[in-house]
Design a protein around this ligand. Structure first.
Ligand code: HH2
Length: 276
């Protein structure tokens, strides 16, 4: 059976799975400030496990458009105590960071997946992950969070994102990260207009055809606000629809805030499409 190797965890590639978002930040675009206290963050982590996550993604730096970078010590202070308490449980812990020092500390604290919006392009990032048995998620981003939404441009967004992800997967494998530890992600909202995001979602199956498991993160994002006219606090239905559309087009994992609602939608999908 096809599986993703994620430290000692094995995640089936045969059915769609949920990555639950746990932002330990004061300023994330949809849940900033809700889980900055360690106890509340840990409680939220256990709640998301009950609701059906296959992976818990913990982040200590908002990368919303225009966000200012967080000092390293502050990012570490936010995430490490939370990882220490949640690691080793029923689901693997993912660290959402682009900083090598945070990757290292999080892996030492028990994280077994490195989710990097910068696709391990920072010096030392590939080697840091290759030295462990952790899985990696390599995401496409045009520009940096500070400037990425200024004027994103592509001649062919699907082709360019696909080429970038293929090149990063090759770089990861060349660095010693086995193929069965690699996830790719087109990076919805990271240097993309509404039209770019919709084109990527529509064409996700062409990215899936490259053969690596795909993660899609559309949850509560502004593209859904543009389509529905709803505020960030009122995008659950749009997010569930987007997650389902992504799965229908070949996404393996969806990164979501609203885990219970997404789990119900995927259960219906599974009952119809999974033949059980
Ligand atoms: N989106 C966000 C953060 N990390 N990682 C991956 N692999 N894919 C994504 O689409 C993705 C990501 C942004 O969402 P969120 O964490 O809710 O917001 P913020 O960056 O403001 O903390």
């Amino acid at each position: 059976m096809a599986e993703l190797h994620c430290g000692s965890y094995r995640l089936s590639l045969e059915r769609p799975l949920i990555m639950g978002v746990l932002n330990v930040t004061p300023d994330s675009f949809s849940d900033g400030g809700l889980f900055t206290d360690v106890d509340r963050a840990v409680a939220r982590g256990f709640q998301l496990m009950e609701e059906g996550v296959a992976v818990l993604d913990i982040g200590g730096e908002s990368t919303r458009p225009g966000a200012t970078p967080v000092p390293l010590q502050e990012e570490l202070r936010r995430v490490i105590p939370v990882i220490e308490q949640l690691a080793g449980g029923p689901v693997p812990i993912s660290i959402d960071t682009r900083h090598v020092e945070v990757m290292q500390a999080a892996l030492a604290a028990g994280a077994t997946l490195v989710n990097d919006i910068n696709a391990l392009r920072a010096p030392g990032a590939l080697a840091c992950c290759a030295a462990t048995d952790a899985a990696v998620c390599l995401m496409h981003m045009q520009g940096t969070p500070a400037t990425m939404q200024d004027d994103p441009h592509y001649d062919d967004v699907l082709q360019e994102v696909g080429q970038f992800l293929k090149a990063r997967a090759e770089a990861a494998e060349a660095a010693g990260i086995a193929r069965n530890r690699i996830i790719l992600d087109p990076g919805f909202g990271f240097g993309k207009t509404v039209a770019h995001n919709l084109t990527l979602l529509r064409g996700l199956d062409t990215l899936a055809a490259a053969g690596y498991p795909l993660l899609a993160g559309l949850s509560r994002k502004s593209v859904l606000g543009a389509v529905t006219g709803r505020a960030v606090t009122d995008r659950v239905s749009g997010s569930v629809a987007a997650a389902l559309l992504a799965v229908m087009r070949g996404a393996w994992m969806v990164r979501v805030h609203d885990v219970a609602a997404t789990a119900s939608a995927l259960a219906v999908w599974q009952a119809v499409e999974g033949g059980q």
